[in-house]
Design a protein around this ligand. Structure first.
Ligand code: GDP
Ligand code: MN
Length: 383
């Protein structure tokens, strides 16, 4: 999950990385209120998940409320590389003596973390890497060993940061490392990391990508999810803890395992249908999970038939069948469903399904036959 700058700064602040005081604003009036609070001059910043906002006109300094009004009005609704600005971050403006760069990321081929620091910050770091690779100091960090103050010092020296910035930069790098590791991020990047004329070092921008695989141990990440960007079906699915992606078609899909769910989408396409969604109920799904999955599919007005494709491994056929029976009792399923059950305890599952079978609840022996049947029930090919 990629964070917006303002969220990244909130995350940085948890780890003691200094950022400028500021607040978010969704309207021009909000922006003025946040600016009054932060203290003038301020900088008004477009919140979009794309770099180069400054060059695109999405970052403006304002010395009073009238200027904030003018810039906020211009930036809200602006299109920056295909991203429409819906939110601003307004912070107290900093005086800049120098702009540096600092980041931690994962070097997969080296199987280590990679720390990078440069005295050439504030500009596109890929361009620096291409034109002047020597200007970026790099250090691999072994996760088992960690990143010490001495490591940070060596990196800062190698990058030739100004001596006034050394102590501040070393401290921030150590905090940034904690943010990266304890914060379960895939990337933490400060560009620019600035030195002020008074000799303070702090983060002027924040780019943070969190590792979604660690979401289970970070309930606080829920606040970062841009819930407005999800459609209703995805919100419901998320609230039930399901792996769901809404699509444009008309055949609702439930499968166990991401691979099988993708194959199920493919086979529906192959026989002329269009999947309404991708839904993976995961390994070991029980009746409750199946019932939840059916409820989510049922909430999709575009769904005209449902294809449940289960190959039992850890997931047991009778659990799946019980889930379908439970769901049928719990909600009125609007679309007919075709169920292909194979693998562990499939026989037992099919027996249970027999009790609810009708022209709207159909068992089918193979994946291909089931897909064809589901597409037929949805009103046929290519619709
Ligand atoms: P990006 O262009 O999307 O990476 O956005 P940044 O947040 O990095 O801002 C781009 C540039 O705007 C920075 O490199 C600075 O030169 C400038 N800028 C941002 N905030 C301030 C500020 O508080 N004061 C001043 N003087 N310049 C700023
Ligand atoms: Mn930046």
């Amino acid at each position: 999950m990629d964070l917006f700058e303002y969220q990244g700064k909130q995350y940085f602040a948890r780890y003691g990385i200094p950022v400028s005081p500021g607040g978010v604003a969704d309207t021009v009036d909000d922006a003025v209120a946040q600016a009054d609070q932060a203290g003038y001059p301020v900088v008004v910043k477009a919140q979009v998940q794309v770099g180069g906002r400054g060059k695109a006109g999405g970052i403006k300094l304002a010395s009073d409320a009238a200027e904030v009004r003018q810039h906020a009005g211009a930036i809200l609704g602006m299109d920056i590389k295909g991203h429409v600005v819906r939110r601003l971050w307004v912070e107290h403006a900093s005086d800049i003596a120098k702009e540096y760069y600092a980041s931690f990321t994962l070097d997969r081929s080296a199987k280590k973390y990679l720390a990078m620091v440069s005295a050439k910050g504030g500009v596109d770091i890929e361009a620096v890497a291409a034109e002047d690779p020597g200007a970026i100091a790099r250090m691999h960090v072994d996760p088992a060993v960690g990143f010490t103050a001495a490591d940070a010092g060596r990196l800062v020296d190698e990058a030739k940061l100004d001596s006034e910035a050394r102590a501040g930069a070393v401290e921030i790098l150590q905090k940034l490392y904690r943010c990266y590791v304890e914060g379960d991020a895939d990337l933490v990047e400060i560009n620019p990391l600035i030195l002020t004329p008074e000799g303070r070092v702090h983060a002027l921008d924040a780019k943070v990508t969190l590792d979604d695989n660690a979401a289970f141990r970070h309930p606080e990440w829920d606040d970062f999810r841009d819930i407005d960007e999800l459609d209703e079906r995805e919100k419901l699915a998320r609230s039930k803890g399901l792996q769901y992606v809404g699509l444009e078609g008309f055949v609702g899909i439930i499968a166990n395992g991401a691979g099988l769910a993708m194959s199920t989408c493919d086979v529906v396409n192959q026989v002329g249908g269009k999947p309404a969604n991708f839904l993976d109920i995961g390994g070991g799904a029980n009746a409750e999970v199946m019932a939840n999955a059916l409820e989510v599919i049922n909430s999709d007005a575009n769904v005209r038939s449902i294809f449940i494709n289960i190959f039992g491994g850890i997931t047991r056929g009778e659990e799946v069948a019980n889930g379908i029976v439970t769901a049928l009792q719990r909600v009125e399923i609007k679309a007919p469903m075709v169920i292909r059950l194979d693998g562990t305890n499939a026989e037992e599952g099919r027996k249970i399904l027999k009790t609810v079978e009708s022209d709207r609840v159909i068992s089918s022996p193979t994946m291909l036959a089931a897909a064809k049947h589901a597409v037929e029930l949805a009103g046929g090919v290519g619709q």
